[in-house]
Design a protein around this ligand. Structure first.
Ligand SMILES: *[C@@H]1O[C@H](CO)[C@@H](O)[C@H](O)[C@H]1NC(C)=O
Ligand SMILES: *[C@@H]1O[C@H](CO)[C@@H](O)[C@H](O)[C@H]1NC(C)=O
Ligand SMILES: *[C@@H]1O[C@H](CO)[C@@H](O)[C@H](O)[C@H]1NC(C)=O
Ligand SMILES: *[C@@H]1O[C@H](CO)[C@@H](O)[C@H](O)[C@H]1NC(C)=O
Ligand SMILES: [Cu+2]
Length: 642
């Protein structure tokens, strides 16, 4: 799938890439920014500090989140202009003796600043270690071994995967994980060979299986046609594509100091968080007219990804995943493969804990892309932040990976007698209907912190007084939205321009400077608002939300998402209906995909891409691309000098 990606992502004109050594590690200490992610040394220090407070001799301690407790925004903004030394704190969620602790550590003094116990609903992000440990449990569980024997399957060829359980109205929740197993015999594509009919629930605190049922036996989908690795595929093949090369003769077009990137007219910072993955911060663009950089985006990252499956049956109803809060986007980041995931000249940024993100440059429609790949369970998410010299920022998502398949006793649509909640994508294999809802946190600071949200509606006007030969036309009417309720918007019903403006700053012709959200096709949730998964994922009720900046409101599905009950979501915060006019405000944008699987998605799905644009709107006096110098011309076979 990664190969497809590389080819698809290339532009059609000349490419000016540059070749750098892949995997180059950029020393994080050369240049420090207050939003730099925690270093390896800092993470070790944090562990030492916490383990000296709670020695493992007498305590069980597990780290579920370790990240930067980002300094207050005012401090960061001050640092940008004065480079004044800032505090450096870490925020940690650890389970100590089965209690959830929230600790703040001062990394300058090595002190625990605060240590509070979380008593509310929901549990922290699952750790990779506890999942691996739980996934070994079935193999030591007698009834499971019997179930496998009953199915005539070789136990050594079985692998298991963990699934968060969600919340369905129960008053008591325990930290548990559902486990489902697959047959890996003859395939690397395990998700298409489920061993269905077995329910396994493991208690993560006691680390044992607490529920086990074997309800029914269905055939495990066959191994034929599940292969996707090019080296293992058999002919016939399609026509061979011509190879291509690309070259950037003058070397890198961008510079990286620590985690701060300068490229063309842009400057920004690339952070990393185990939960959010890549975070873009303090993005500003140089405006040649005024000879200075102007702030655009204080912080942008994916706050949550909600993936509810649409099969209400006993074995599937619970599959309503929140991939960032339950599994951690950052800790699910995978290494990009040079040459396959990225052009050979990409520069890699190493991140501690997880692997890498990278930057690549493409010239022609000049663009810089910051890319990371996050693999949660069966899906790969290729996440891009594209910066353009025009001032646009284009976040994009490309999905690939394996479908999560339900095994059924059916080989043809003619045999279907009851609702299957999906499409028969191969013999015995139903690709179950589901959604992917990504929510972006976009903390704009357009030319300063205080911004407003302007909605410009496009309206038909009918001419009835004979003043024109026309009977109708359209015009706009703009309003500055005053409160959180005003700014809850379902897109796609009536045309409107949505612009973050700085009401304190106007262009020479008197327009408010701003950035517009150019959305993609809107997807709306189809679950009812009183359904449990939808309460937990209530941040998808609208496509657009605006909140006043509040440092604690980072995670749209809540700080504790595993088995959350929907009491700490963006939908709840905005019930306060706070004012959003001429304030530091945050735009939240939901990108949704309803996924009705098809046969081409099997055994592995070709890239499905979507994205949106944050586009300067009366931000510049005129098209800023005009002032961007073109890259020089390079001799290229078959390409005439203009
Ligand atoms: C079961 O799988 C293991 C590991 O792949 C293999 O060595 C063994 O021969 C298999 N046993 C049977 C009965 O097929
Ligand atoms: C599946 O189909 C086979 C053959 O028609 C039948 O023997 C078996 O009972 C079916 N299993 C289920 C779970 O319906
Ligand atoms: C518009 O023009 C039509 C035809 O000339 C006439 O019948 C009608 O009364 C006019 N309407 C108005 C509002 O002037
Ligand atoms: C910040 O958000 C939290 C959660 O919505 C809320 O409890 C708190 O009052 C907010 N703080 C301010 C200063 O608005
Ligand atoms: Cu999907």
């Amino acid at each position: 799938m990664k190969l497809f990606f590389h080819l698809l992502s290339l532009p059609t004109l000349l490419f000016f890439f540059f070749f750098l050594h892949a995997g180059v590690s950029i020393g994080p200490l050369q240049f420090t920014h207050p939003l730099d992610p925690l270093t390896k040394q800092e993470i070790t220090l944090i562990q030492t500090i916490i383990l000296s407070k709670y020695p493992t001799k007498t305590n069980t301690v597990n780290f579920h989140y370790v990240g930067l407790d980002d300094p207050d925004k005012a401090t960061v903004l001050k640092w940008l202009s004065t480079a004044a030394r800032t505090s450096r704190n870490a925020f940690v969620i650890a389970i100590v003796n089965s209690q959830v602790h929230e600790l703040t550590i001062n990394l300058r003094t090595s002190q625990v600043v605060s240590d509070n116990i979380h008593r509310g609903n929901g549990f922290p992000t699952l750790t990779v270690e506890e999942q691996s440990e739980a996934l070994q449990l079935p193999f030591k569980h007698g009834p499971f071994v019997e179930s496998i024997e009953k199915r005539g399957v070789n136990l050594s060829e079985v692998v298991c995967s963990g699934f968060s359980v969600g919340w369905y109205g129960e008053t008591q929740s325990k930290r548990v994980l559902r486990i489902e197993c697959f047959l890996k015999e003859g395939t690397v594509n395990i998700y298409v060979r489920p061993i269905n009919g077995i329910t396994i629930v493991a208690d993560l605190e006691q680390m044992k299986i607490v529920e086990y049922h074997d309800h029914f036996v269905v055939p495990v989908p066959k191994v034929e046609n599940t292969e996707y690795r090019a080296s293992h595929l058999q002919p016939p093949f399609g026509p061979k594509l011509h190879s291509f090369a690309s070259h950037q003769p003058q070397g890198p077009g961008f510079s990286i100091k620590g985690h701060s990137v300068s490229w063309a007219n842009w400057k920004f910072h690339i952070g990393y968080d185990v939960r959010a993955g890549v975070i873009i911060s303090t993005a500003s663009i140089y405006d040649p007219e005024v000879h200075k950089s102007r702030s655009v985006l204080y912080r942008g990252y994916i706050s949550e990804l909600f993936v509810p499956y649409q099969d209400p049956s006993e074995d599937w109803y619970y599959k309503t995943f929140f991939d960032a809060g339950e599994f951690g986007f950052g800790q699910s980041m995978v290494s990009l493969e040079p040459l396959h995931d990225c052009p050979p000249q990409a520069q890699f940024l190493d991140v501690t804990v997880a692997e890498c993100d990278l930057i690549r440059e493409v010239r022609s429609d000049v663009t810089l892309i910051v890319r990371s790949v996050v693999t949660v369970g069966n899906y790969d998410n290729v996440l891009d932040w594209e910066f353009k010299t025009s001032g646009s920022i284009k976040p994009a998502i490309s999905l690939s990976g394996m479908l999560e398949v339900k095994a059924v006793n059916i080989t043809h649509n003619d045999e279907i007698k009851e609702e299957q909640h999906g499409i028969l994508v191969s013999e015995h294999s139903i690709g179950v209907y589901h959604d992917h809802f990504y929510i972006y946190h976009l903390d704009f600071d357009i030319d300063g912190v205080d911004n407003s949200f302007e909605k410009t509606s496009l309206k038909s006007v009918q001419v009835s007084d004979n003043s024109s030969k026309r009977k109708s036309y359209w015009t706009t009417s703009s309003e500055i939205l005053k409160s959180e309720s005003d700014a809850k918007i379902k897109l796609g019903f009536s045309p409107a321009e949505l612009v973050l403006v700085n009401p304190n700053k106007k262009t020479s012709t008197g327009n408010n400077v701003g950035y517009r959200l150019v959305p993609n096709a809107a997807a709306h949730p189809l679950l009812t608002e009183d359904d449990y998964p939808q309460k937990r994922g209530a941040f998808t009720n609208y496509n657009v939300w605006v909140t006043p900046y509040n440092k604690t409101e980072k995670w749209a599905g809540g700080l504790y998402v595993d088995q959350s009950r929907g009491d700490d979501t963006l939908a709840v915060w905005t019930q306060q209906n706070r004012g959003i006019e001429n304030k530091d405000i945050v735009l939240w944008y939901v990108v949704g995909i309803h996924h009705v699987p098809c046969q081409e998605d099997f055994p592995i799905m070709p890239l499905l891409s979507t994205g949106f644009e944050l586009r300067p709107t009366n931000f510049f006096e005129r098209n800023p691309v005009l002032k961007t110098l073109s890259p020089g011309f390079v001799e290229w076979p078959g390409c005439e000098k203009p």
